[in-house]
Design a protein around this ligand. Sequence first.
Ligand SMILES: Nc1ncnc2c1ncn2[C@@H]1O[C@H](COP(=O)(O)OP(=O)(O)OP(=O)(O)O)[C@@H](O)[C@H]1O
Length: 292
Amino acid sequence: MTPDLMAAGAERLARLQQREAERGGSGGRSAAYGRVAGAEADFAHGVALYVEDVSVSFDGFKALKSLSLSIDVGELRCIIGPNGAGKTTMMDCITGKTRPDSGRVSFGSNVDLLRLSEAEIAQAGVGRKFQKPTVYEELSVFENLELALKADRGVRSALFWRLNGEQRDRIAEVLALIHLQHELQRTAGLLSHGQKQWLEIGMLLMQDPKLLLLDEPVAGMTDEETERTAELFLSLEGQHSLVVVEHDMKFVEQLTEGRKKVTVLHEGSVLAEGRLAEVQANEKVVEVYLGR
Ligand SMILES: Nc1ncnc2c1ncn2[C@@H]1O[C@H](COP(=O)(O)OP(=O)(O)OP(=O)(O)O)[C@@H](O)[C@H]1O
């Protein structure tokens, strides 16, 4: 990128941040990208996330009932289940959007996520991707990734802040991972739906989250985009723990490669866990999915 383009980008970035500051901050949006020291998780036991005995009610309706599951460091876990099973509520509890009535949610063996705010949870290294892409449409692909690095800086320091070589390398690496290396100057609003989803995942990756929660990431994607997304997630496995909530069974099949564990949620708790073929043959699971 030329110095002119960079200066123009920085100005637009500053205007955008100014507008957000005037609106009272971007809340969860910037919170999702800032990273602070303080809540360092301990992964020595090989577990990235523990959800233990979590229950949530909404006006007496039990959305989660003693839900327990754990995700290993570097694991890619698909969570499936019919509509209303509690998948989104579970993610909301992990990310601090919903407070459970009881139970425990811990990041690594030591960070009690129930005591942290949504912003602190993001800062501790838990990234969340909602179903709808939420990139900054008026900024370029590059600027979106740059912003993901700068989000924890004030407007003035963001304006005068320049990327160092390592950060440029990281952006280049992420651009290649999300297949947008040839689109870096393209305005994000002009990208396809699938490309916007990848860009948002790229923005999360800029903060190097230990745990990534992805809610129906391939909804609305073409078959080719879905395939590429599976490749992307498989390439992230090992370096990050990924929890993927998905209804698209072909995609789940690609991700699990015939051997990984899948969790089936139903009526707020775990109905079955095991390899995809095993849970698909499970009578209770078949019953729940009957007619789907
Ligand atoms: N804020 C809320 N107030 C009342 N009920 C809620 C609230 N949020 C979720 N529910 C209910 O809790 C249950 C679980 O919802 P949730 O969205 O977690 O399911 P889900 O598995 O994500 O479903 P889907 O696959 O359709 O997204 C549903 O019956 C839903 O109607």
